[in-house]
Design a protein around this ligand. Structure first.
Ligand SMILES: C[S@@+](CC[C@H](N)C(=O)[O-])C[C@H]1O[C@@H](n2cnc3c(N)ncnc32)[C@H](O)[C@@H]1O
Length: 242
């Protein structure tokens, strides 16, 4: 019997996901990447892995700035889309971040809440170990995660969002271990059910995972402008590890 798909194998492979999150766009990617390039003092030609890359918005911009970008993702549809942009210094491939990587990179970017998707906390350590093993000497890993405190304090339990003729009924709740978003999508009279289930991880937990993977968190930022992290007000929890 075929194994039932995990939530992240279903939801991110739909066009509905891309409609709902269309505000996470190229402008946001450009702002964040420009700030990271400056902060990390990246050199032209550096090899950067963007995992998971979705449709490749960060990889595309990195390539345009002279970096050798590889985007990888589990979503077949997203990678098929991204492959149309492949050229010198820009490639895309299907890869599950739970599995070891083949190449070596100067920087590895895990962006826009692409961490903590799994049922076991230990899988987070495995993912970080895979990144670490694929990192060149003096390279950096960047994990851009949500700020748990802010998510909890601003949580809207139920809302309806309408975009491009599609209705999204979104119900959010936080348990001890997970932030759960149930998403009912109504399109052309049909209702489809999806979910997002991200581990409720804070800075303390992230530090434990990094340490267990043999990494050190060197800098912590709170937004794409790279302002300092403040649990009360920051939109993001951005970790620079080495
Ligand atoms: C929130 S999206 C972020 C994508 C991209 N970083 C961006 O900023 O647009 C999360 C991505 O993780 C991918 N993903 C989920 N589980 C994965 C896994 N085990 N290995 C690789 N990619 C995965 C999804 O397909 C999706 O594209």
């Amino acid at each position: 019997m075929e194994k039932e798909k995990e939530w992240f194998e279903n939801w991110f492979d739909t066009s509905f996901y891309h409609i709902l999150y269309d505000y996470r766009n190229d402008d946001e990617a450009k702002l964040f990447m420009n700030n990271l390039i400056g902060f990390l003092n990246l050199s032209q030609g550096d090899k950067i892995l963007d995992l998971p890359c979705g449709k490749g918005r960060h990889s595309l911009f990195l390539n345009s700035q002279g970096f050798d970008a590889t985007g990888a993702d589990l979503s077949v549809n997203s990678i098929m889309h991204a492959k149309q942009f492949q050229k010198e210094g820009l490639s895309f491939e299907i890869h599950d971040m739970r599995n070891p990587l083949n190449g070596k990179y100067d920087s590895i970017f895990n962006l826009f809440t692409s961490f903590g998707y799994f049922n076991q906390e230990s899988t987070n350590i495995k993912v970080l170990e895979n990144f670490k093993n694929a990192l060149n000497k003096n390279g950096h890993i960047v994990v851009d995660f949500l700020n748990l405190h802010k998510v909890v304090s601003t949580l809207i339990p139920e809302q309806v969002i309408r975009k491009k003729g599609v209705d999204f009924l979104i119900k959010k709740r936080v348990t001890e271990s997970f932030i759960i978003k149930e998403i009912d999508v109504t399109n052309n009279g049909e209702v489809h059910h999806y979910m997002e289930k991200v581990q409720a991880l804070d800075l303390k937990k992230m530090k434990q995972f990094a340490q267990a993977a043999g990494l050190e968190i060197q800098h912590v930022f709170g937004d794409y402008e790279l302002n300092p992290f403040d649990a009360e007000i920051s939109d993001r929890l951005i970790l620079i590890m080495q």
